[in-house]
Ligand binder design. Structure first.
Ligand SMILES: Nc1nc2c(c(=O)[nH]1)N[C@H]1C(S)=C(S)[C@@H](COP(=O)(O)O)O[C@H]1N2
Ligand SMILES: [Mo]
Length: 315
């Protein structure tokens, strides 16, 4: 922990250096009620993209001063059923997934459908740093420093039609590389979905990296969704297709067990899962439990999306 040469320490030092040198273009992001500077360290800004003033706020440890979860825990305690059911399966088998070439198509109710090569995608859009809490429905949580592009930038680029109401996310299907697909642990592909306004919210991220490095396969390389106010299963990994549609899509866990996993899946301490109380959570790397926050602490940014919705019924 006190060893300064951890990946985390290097990451933080690089950030501080860039920060002090005024090299970080920063975007202000409100996390958990406090205003933090979330800066674009190492980001490639597209020529002609608007410049954002450098931040004067120091890089936070995490939302509300919470400690970042160690890189080791983030990359070795995973849910990714394509690789198997155990938390250590994804890291152990990650090297089986071929990450290049990789394309992500964006199609359906859009005026300009496109297929992006993954390396072109990360060059075409400015990448941002976002430190988010991540809460699994199994009642464990982490704090993860992601890099990625706001999903909204990508959706704006393909120009949704007026019929687009939902966004569908499809993970890769490759049974030869993914033992959990060969074993048919779930119906494949893993599919998730958001309402268009949820997808367009500023918090919704297409992550391509964490801790300043490209994603490892176990975290959903080369590109995965991150929706920090929803349970982790909404954040589909290793995406190959994004589709805009008119109707609410069938999504993996909601189809497998509809009474346990809702379509919305907003983090909600007041609505328990049949097997896990959602009132508290175990922060990985910490002793004891901490209270779970409504919308995982992001209510200020997202509660208005659900005005008039009975969140007990639409869990
Ligand atoms: N394709 C795919 N995406 C997935 C999953 C999965 O099994 N397959 N598991 C989900 C669940 S339940 C969680 S908690 C998060 C875990 O992300 P992490 O391992 O990067 O922390 O990924 C989500 N995305
Ligand atoms: Mo999860």
């Amino acid at each position: 922990m006190s060893d300064p040469i951890t990946p985390e320490a290097l990451f933080r030092r690089r950030r501080e250096f860039l920060q002090n040198a005024g090299l970080l273009a920063a975007t202000a992001v409100v996390t958990g009620g406090s205003l933090y500077a979330v800066s674009g360290g190492g980001a490639r800004r597209r020529a002609g993209a608007p410049e954002v003033a450098p931040s004067t706020t120091p890089m936070p440890a995490g939302p509300d001063g919470e400690r970042l979860t160690s890189l080791r825990d983030v990359t070795s305690y995973n849910n990714f059923y394509e690789f198997g059911l155990e938390k250590e399966d994804p890291a152990a088998l990650a090297s089986r997934l071929t990450l290049r070439p990789w394309t992500l198509s964006v199609e359906g109710e859009v005026n300009e459908p496109r297929t992006f090569d993954i390396d072109a995608l990360t060059k075409a859009f400015p990448l941002e740093d976002r430190v988010y809490r991540f809460r699994c429905v199994e009642a464990w949580s982490m704090v993860i420093p992601w890099q990625g592009l706001p999903l909204r930038s990508l959706l704006d680029a393909v120009k949704p039609t007026s019929r687009a109401k939902y966004v569908v996310f499809e993970s890769v299907v490759r049974p030869e590389e993914l033992p959990g697909q060969k074993a048919q642990l779930l119906p494949w592909p893993y599919v998730e979905g958001l309402r268009l306004d949820e997808a367009m919210n500023d918090l919704t991220l297409l992550a391509t990296g964490l801790y300043g490095k490209p994603l490892e396969a176990q975290n959903g390389a080369p590109v995965r969704l991150v929706v920090p106010w929803k349970y982790g299963f909404k954040s589909a990994k290793s995406l190959v297709r994004i589709r805009l549609v008119e109707e609410q899509p069938a999504t993996t866990w909601n189809v497998v067990a509809p009474t346990e996993y809702g379509f919305f899946a907003n983090v909600n301490p007041a609505v328990d899962h049949p097997r896990w109380s959602q009132a508290t959570e175990r922060r990985i790397g910490e002793a004891g439990r901490r209270p779970t926050l409504p919308f995982n602490g992001y209510g200020e940014q997202v509660a208005s999306l659900y005005r008039g919705v009975d969140l007990t019924r639409f869990f």
